[in-house]
Ligand binder design. Sequence first.
Ligand code: ADP
Ligand code: MG
Length: 218
Amino acid sequence: MLSLKKIVKVYKSNNIECKALDNLSLELPDKGLVAIFGSSGCGKSTLLNIIGGLDNFDSGDIFFEGRSVKAFSKRDWDAYRNQHVGFVFQNYYLMPHLNVKENISLSLKMSHQEENIDEKVEEVLKEVGLSGYGKRLPKTLSGGQQQRVAIARAIITSPTIILADEPTGALDAKNSESIMKLLKKISQDRLVVLVTHDQKLAEKYADRLVEISYGKII
Ligand code: ADP
Ligand code: MG
C-alpha cells in the first residue's frame, strides 16, 4: 500500500546540514504492526512525519496505493492526512479542557464524519477498554488511560494507517505492555507503524522490525 523509494531528508539550520534520512527505501504492508527502532536522533520521527504527510522530503518518492505523492494536490494531501492516517504521540496531546468523549469526537468532526457520533464513540471506547469513561477529563486519567484515549481518537475515523511515535515513551513497563497489546490488536485490520527506541518491546510485539541508524535502514 505504501512504498518509500530512496527518500532523502536534509535539515538545514545556521548553515549546518543534517542528513536525517539517507536514501531510505521501505515497503509497508496493508496490515500488521511494523516497528521502527534505533537510537535517539537516527531519523525515526522524521520518517514517521514524512509517511504521515506532516513534513516534506528533498528527494526520492512515496507511492500510496500505487500513486506517487508528487502528483498529490493540496486537496489530495488533506484527504490523505484526514482519511487515511491517524497519529498517536508520546505525550498524548489530549485537549485538557475537553472530556474524553469530546476529545475523541473532535477527530470525527475534523474529518467531516458527523453522523452517529455517540454510537461511534461508545464503540471505540469499548475497543480500547475505556467504556464508561466518556465524561472524564484527561487529567483524572492515568498515563496509560490517556494514551488509550489518544488511540481511540486516532482509530475512530477508520484510517488505513496508524502512525505512533514513541507511544509508550512516557509509560511504565506494565502500561507499555498493555498499550503494545492494544496496538497489536488494532493492527489486525490496518497498518500500524510504531517508532520506539525500546528494541525489546519492538521484538516482542512487531510483525516486522526495521532498524535505523544514521538515516539508513540497517
Ligand atoms: P529520532 O526520532 O530517531 O530521535 P529525528 O527524526 O527526530 O530522530 O531526528 C533525526 C536527525 O535530524 C537528528 O540528528 C535531529 O537532530 C535532526 N533534526 C530533527 N528535526 C530537526 C529540525 N527541525 N531541524 C534541524 N535538525 C533536525
Ligand atoms: Mg523521535
